[in-house]
Design a protein around this ligand. Structure first.
Ligand SMILES: [Zn+2]
Length: 181
């Protein structure tokens, strides 16, 4: 029970620090500057594993990425629980293009693994990295089936996240319309 209380206290303190950082003037300016330079919206379906921290590994300020978490990042674009979020993201990007000149919405499908020990990989796929990678690839293709392979408005890419050194591997098929970021 004592250990549980310590963990709860740690999480509350950590949450408070993150909240203070997010609201700090430095972060507000950093966020605004990022949005001024990068005319993109970003959506990231990712595993609920806390090691998958995309702002940390990309350096993108907190509050830019729209994160969606599930065990193993197992999302289906047409599922009743996910489809409304996808539709809302699409409509948001479409409106932001008109109002603020946003170039496109990037959807980053993800999987994660550990280079040192496969058993520290994704529990959502029983640490089967190939299966996790394949699932992320199929999800990326689902976005292309729905919103087009020319990536006019929605531009899906796939990344693998190595959780020991927080590296990322970008897997992207060729496209006639490169991302404008
Ligand atoms: Zn996972």
């Amino acid at each position: 029970m004592k250990k549980q209380n310590e963990n709860t206290r740690f999480l509350i303190d950590h949450n408070k620090k993150q909240s203070e950082l997010y609201q700090s003037p430095d972060e507000v300016v950093r966020r605004e500057e990022y949005l001024r330079v990068h005319k993109t919206e970003i959506m990231v379906p990712k595993c609920m594993d806390g090691r998958v921290n995309v702002p940390l590994i990309t350096g993108i300020p907190m509050g830019i990425i729209a994160p969606y978490r599930s065990m193993g990042a197992r999302f289906e674009i047409g599922s009743p629980s996910f489809a409304p979020h996808v539709r809302r993201f699409y409509e948001h990007v479409r409106d932001q293009r008109i109002e603020n000149g946003v170039a496109c919405g990037i959807v980053v499908t993800t999987y994660h693994y550990s280079k040192g020990d496969t058993h520290r990989g994704c529990k959502g796929f029983a640490c089967d990295t190939a299966a996790a990678r394949e699932y992320a690839r199929k999800l990326k293709e689902e976005f292309e089936e729905v919103y087009g392979k020319s990536h006019t408005l929605i531009y899906p890419i796939q990344i693998g996240i190595e959780t020991e050194e927080l590296r990322r591997v970008v897997l992207r098929s060729r496209s006639p319309t490169p991302a404008r970021t």
